[in-house]
Design a protein around this ligand. Structure first.
Ligand code: MLT
Length: 365
């Protein structure tokens, strides 16, 4: 069975998926491992049961369409969170201390008196400390919470906003002042760090109106997705001195030609450790689904993980509300119901396939 890799994925994935062929090309793969390749134009073969993204964001995968076809899309929440957190904390200081400009200036100096030029010229790079400053973390998922913890440990006052924050996640960050709206969270904030996915609700949320509410000289760090910010508005705010720096992990031509913007080449998750963690999690998700029908960390279909309780297992993906003639364990989410039927008798899978609203039936064991 082929597992198609649409990007370079850590070789640890091959170790987990022993018995499968992890290949760069295949006409009929059973699963796909992907990092940042844009799957919007990809002609998904009908053989594909699942796609696993080695990363958190899934905006490069048409996952809602895939759900309609019964193709599970997984992500790897938390697997690269430490890498992103470390980069974001580094960027707070990089921006607050004007380090990128200072380093670039110092490297341009020539002559016998470089040390003298340095002492004379360095005053233009005087910065600020992050201690005691107010940070707003937008999105308190695995990454946002880690950023909040680290920033709190460094003496920042942390506020946050997340419409989907669970009680358990909230309990991890008791020191964060969670506010009911994004606007209340970034009001007068001196640092704003973005950790939300790019969705219809979040795209463009960092615009002129939002920036106007932040503190003068705010530093905005975007390690989430470029679409969250309206670049023209950020540039205008930099020109007015309202924004001190915009650090963005998603360079574009529009971003690259502006003083005050630090363009980072999408390095948030680019550590060997994070790449290994993501590959391991993605490969385990894919394998468990193909071999056992278990769904963990799906972004487009219900999650369900059950120990096999009989000789056979049949898995059914159906539209929510479809009633099956056979009992099983079900999970419903996002408009779909996923049912695992464990039985010692033989099931007529074709009869299940014939039921209106049933999208995919798999005889797994
Ligand atoms: C993510 O969504 O987690 C990152 O964009 C992962 C990556 O750099 O591939």
């Amino acid at each position: 069975m082929d597992i198609l890799k649409l990007n370079a994925i850590s070789p640890l994935a091959d170790k987990i998926m022993q018995g499968y062929d992890l290949v760069d090309e295949s006409a009929a793969p059973v699963g796909i491992l992907v990092r940042s390749a844009n799957m919007a134009e990809y002609d998904l073969p009908s053989s594909v049961l699942a796609v696993a993204r080695a990363g958190a964001g899934v905006n490069n995968i048409p996952h809602a369409d895939y759900a309609k076809r019964g193709v599970v899309v997984f992500n790897t929440p938390g697997a690269n969170a430490n890498a992103v957190k470390e980069m974001v904390i580094c960027e707070f200081m990089l921006a607050a201390r004007n380090l990128a400009e200072g380093i670039s200036w110092a490297s341009s100096l020539t002559g016998d008196d470089v040390a003298k030029q340095v002492e004379k010229g360095k005053k233009r790079f005087v910065g600020h400390e992050i201690l005691g400053k107010t940070l707003c973390v937008l999105g308190l998922g695995a990454i946002g919470r880690k950023v909040a913890v680290a920033a709190n440990a460094l003496g920042m006052k942390v506020r946050g906003y997340d419409p989907y924050l669970s009680d358990a996640a909230r309990a991890e960050i008791p020191f964060v002042e969670v506010r009911p709206t994004a606007a209340e969270a970034y009001e007068n904030a001196e640092f704003v760090s973005l950790h939300m996915p790019a969705t219809e609700e979040t795209k463009g949320m960092i615009n002129s109106a939002a920036i106007a509410k932040m503190a003068d000289g705010v530093i905005i760090v975007n390690a989430a997705r470029g679409e969250l910010a309206v670049t023209a508005d950020v540039k205008a705010a930099i020109a007015e001195g309202k924004v001190h720096k915009y650090v963005c992990d998603f360079p574009t031509a529009e971003i690259n030609d502006c003083d005050g913007i630090l363009a980072v080449p999408h390095l948030g998750a680019s550590t060997e450790e994070a790449e290994d963690n993501c590959a391991v999690m993605a490969a385990n998700e894919l394998k468990d689904y193909i071999e056992n029908g278990n769904i963990v960390n799906s972004v487009n279909l219900p999650c369900l993980k059950v120990e096999l309780g009989a000789k056979h297992r049949v898995a059914v993906i159906a539209k929510e509300g479809v009633v099956l003639p056979t009992d099983g364990i079900s999970s419903t989410a996002k408009g779909y119901t996923y049912t695992l039927i464990d039985t010692d008798s033989v099931i007529d899978s074709d009869a299940l396939r014939g039921i209106d609203g049933v999208i995919r039936v798999r005889v797994i064991k």
